[in-house]
Design a protein around this ligand. Structure first.
Ligand SMILES: Cc1cc2nc3c(=O)[nH]c(=O)nc-3n(C[C@H](O)[C@H](O)[C@H](O)COP(=O)(O)OP(=O)(O)OC[C@H]3O[C@@H](n4cnc5c(N)ncnc54)[C@H](O)[C@@H]3O)c2cc1C
Length: 381
């Protein structure tokens, strides 16, 4: 079944992204996995190509296009070469809407040009060592003092945490109110006194991605760095989480399609008992089932992208896309690894990396259990 989502302009964009990832990313990604980080020059190179801040206004150096299909193309092309460490998706799909929709003109002038050029790398810090799913339980505080907020607390598992120049930090600004009415978003900038990074965390997969601990000790964050409305941070998060979840689903479907294609190729050439492994009924049925599910996932996610662009994607739609597609990605990676036999367990075969990189998809962006809570609640349960 062909996808009817993309038009000629998206195909042209895809061609330029493909050239970029094949030249500037694919040959170096294995080294970045060893380094546990992607060099900053990749970000500025991506910025030069117009791959950062696609949805930001042109007068600030952005692409000036509110069409999530471009971001989906970027994500798909990254996934196809296994570029799981390059945090453009977090920057573009997750952080960008906060700046686009919540930043004042003064803030945009300060931050958006660097955001689009790749000179200012961003992160968003919600999760704390003591709480992830239950965001209401966050304990990081920001107390108003004159023209500043004094920020104290720590965050963990923060994507782009080492490279980030701007971190959108979720903190309690009114400790007496429930978190939903007393939390704000503060932009912490590289170099602010009292802002320190901890470990670049060692992980199962996403080896080139810098995922870090962040510590804040009496950091004086100017009130001018509050994003959106004071004490309404939760509302802002709720508005933006569906796009983050759809972005995870888009990556999942691209990963599913990629690993399936690689596996079909492998089982067609590998022989056992005098015939290609792919000709055994078990292999054919396994791949036939997964291919069917991949098609269903593609159709659903394409429709979610259309709905996002039309402003009608609901939190429940996004939760469904996130849990189902990331679950599928894990099943596909696991079954495809099995079809590779021992070679599937070897780092030299891309399916092993696809398997490792898949695992986190059902955890971050809200765990799949939390997604099912959202869906279940919408059913009155
Ligand atoms: C590689 C990576 C990158 C990440 N990037 C970021 C980032 O950039 N910014 C950021 O803020 N966070 C980030 N995270 C954090 C991520 O969002 C959290 O790990 C996730 O939300 C789960 O929180 P937790 O780890 O505290 O697990 P917990 O909340 O402790 O959950 C543990 C288990 O309990 C289950 N559980 C919890 N509550 C319920 C419930 N009500 N019903 C049923 N089951 C439940 C969970 O589903 C899970 O299985 C990242 C995590 C990883 C691993």
């Amino acid at each position: 079944m062909r996808s009817h989502l993309y038009e000629a302009d998206h195909d042209d964009f895809r061609a330029s992204v493909r050239t970029f990832v094949e030249k500037e990313i694919a040959p170096f990604h294995a080294q970045w996995e060893k380094d546990s980080i992607v060099p900053r020059e990749v970000w500025t190179a991506g910025g030069e190509q117009g791959f950062l801040g696609i949805d930001q206004e042109e007068r600030y150096g952005g692409g000036g296009v509110r069409d999530f299909r471009y971001q989906a193309v970027l994500a798909e092309e990254m996934v196809r070469v296994g570029a799981s460490g390059v945090g453009f998706g977090l920057h573009n799909d997750v952080v960008s809407p906060y700046l686009r929709d919540l930043a004042t003109e003064e803030q945009k002038e300060r931050w958006v040009p660097g955001f689009c050029s790749g000179e200012l790398i961003t992160a968003i810090a919600m999760t704390e060592p003591g709480t992830g799913s239950d965001l209401q339980g966050i304990t990081t505080t920001a107390r108003r003092d004159g023209d500043d907020y004094v920020l104290n607390g720590s965050k963990t598992f923060i994507t782009n945490g080492i490279n980030a120049d701007l971190v959108v930090v979720v903190a309690r600004t009114n400790p007496d109110a429930p978190a939903s009415k007393g939390t704000s978003l503060l932009v912490v900038e590289r170099g602010m006194a009292g802002f320190e990074r901890g470990r670049n965390l060692e992980k199962v997969g996403l080896k080139a991605q810098d995922t870090a601990e962040l510590f804040f000790t009496d950091v004086r964050v100017p009130a001018a760095n509050v994003l959106g409305t004071v004490d309404r941070g939760f509302l802002h998060l709720m508005e933006n989480l569906p796009q983050e979840r759809l972005s995870i689903a888009i990556g999942a479907v691209a990963a599913v399609e990629t690993v399936l294609a690689q596996t079909v190729e492998y089982v067609s050439s590998r022989t056992a008992f005098g015939r290609p492994v792919g000709s055994f009924q078990n292999s054919r049925f396994t791949l036939a089932e997964l291919q069917t599910e991949a098609t269903i996932a593609r159709v659903f996610v394409d429709e979610c992208i259309r709905q996002l662009d039309a402003g009608t994607l609901t939190a429940v739609d996004a939760a469904q896309a996130k849990w189902w597609c990331s679950d599928l990605q894990n099943r596909v990676a696991d079954k495809c690894l099995q079809l590779h036999g021992g070679y599937g367990y070897m780092d030299e075969y891309p399916v092993s990396k696809a398997w490792r990189d898949a695992r986190v998809q059902s955890i971050y962006g809200g765990t799949n259990e939390i997604m099912k809570e959202i869906i279940g609640r919408s059913m009155g349960l």
